[in-house]
Design a protein around this ligand. Structure first.
Ligand SMILES: [Zn+2]
Length: 141
């Protein structure tokens, strides 16, 4: 099978593209490369256009569009699943951040509580010393 692109009327190798219409799914055609590139900027190529692959059999025309549709459907559901997973990850991340903030608050609170406990211990110790001193002074008298 000759896979070489034909020459267009400009004398250059034509571009080979693939049709995805229901009547010619996956059938390649060739057209002027300059026309393909210049469609948006204004026509500069020639009118050359020809099928590259031979005509498709009726069975292919019947089966391939169905396969394409089911593939597109699958791709859509994969994309949706990916989006759901991304959202789930985002929500989990936000939840973790909130939990971290709560943990940090608890950490600060427990630190303050331990400072308070130490101050209280020191205060009790000081009161004890004072008590002993008072007792001692009373005994002196
Ligand atoms: Zn051309």
């Amino acid at each position: 099978m000759n896979e070489e692109a034909p020459m267009c009327c400009c004398g250059k190798a034509a571009t080979i593209r693939t049709s995805w219409t229901d009547s010619n799914p996956g059938r390649r055609f060739s057209m002027c490369a300059a026309k393909v590139r210049e469609t948006k900027k204004g026509f500069k190529g020639c009118q050359f256009w020809a099928w590259f692959d031979p005509a498709m059999c009726e069975r292919s025309k019947a089966v391939i569009p169905g396969l394409l549709k089911s593939r597109n459907k699958l791709e859509k559901s994969v994309a949706k699943a990916r989006q759901r997973e991304k959202l789930k990850q985002k929500l989990m991340h936000e939840d973790m951040k909130e939990r971290l903030v709560v943990l940090q608050k608890w950490h600060v609170l427990s630190y303050l509580a331990s400072l308070f406990a130490h101050a209280l211990e020191a205060w009790i110790f000081a009161l004890g010393c004072l008590d002993h001193q008072l007792e001692w002074m009373c005994q002196m008298e």
